[in-house]
Design a protein. Structure first.
Length: 154
């Protein structure tokens, strides 16, 4: 009898703390040029989520590529983000782009885009890839594909 009560209590505890559904990916927004120097360009964006679960988890940002004016120049590299339980949260996506990557890839295509960007003071920035949510062996991927024109000031 006691074993049955222990089993029932353990079952109810596990059921009440289960992952009912994955966090809700809302959007990627607020793409900004933080700084630029002769050797590095720094960008920032925010990924917005809502977590309806009683448990957290982790979100990995390693598979997001940064494309500027149609040329892949960098990848978002960050530590895994710990997801808070029952909360809206934002993941900062920070990118350091070495200037040599901009000029080394597809020079003819990018230089035309760069000249156009200097004239219009705008750059087309795209974040493309997957965010991976992991909790208790359960995985869910969220597709990120956000393009935005940002103003640059020289």
């Amino acid at each position: 009898m006691k074993k049955g009560l222990y089993f029932l209590g353990l079952f109810l505890l596990m059921y009440s703390c289960s992952v009912k559904k994955p966090p809700v990916f809302l959007k990627v927004d607020d793409i900004k040029l933080i700084s630029y120097a002769s050797d590095t360009i720094r960008l920032n964006a925010n990924a917005y989520f809502e977590n309806p679960n009683d448990v957290g988890g982790k979100i990995s940002t390693d598979e997001i590529k940064v494309i500027i004016n149609g040329v892949e120049v960098a990848q978002v590299l960050a530590e895994d983000f710990k997801v808070p339980a029952r909360k809206d949260f934002t993941i900062p996506l920070l990118v350091n782009i070495p200037s040599k990557n901009i000029f080394a890839n597809k020079k003819d295509i990018f230089l035309g885009g760069l000249i156009n960007s200097i004239i219009t003071n705008k750059v087309k920035v795209q974040f493309k890839g997957n965010l991976r949510y992991t909790v208790f062996g359960f995985q869910k991927e969220f597709l990120v594909d956000k393009t935005e024109e940002i103003k640059i000031k020289f």
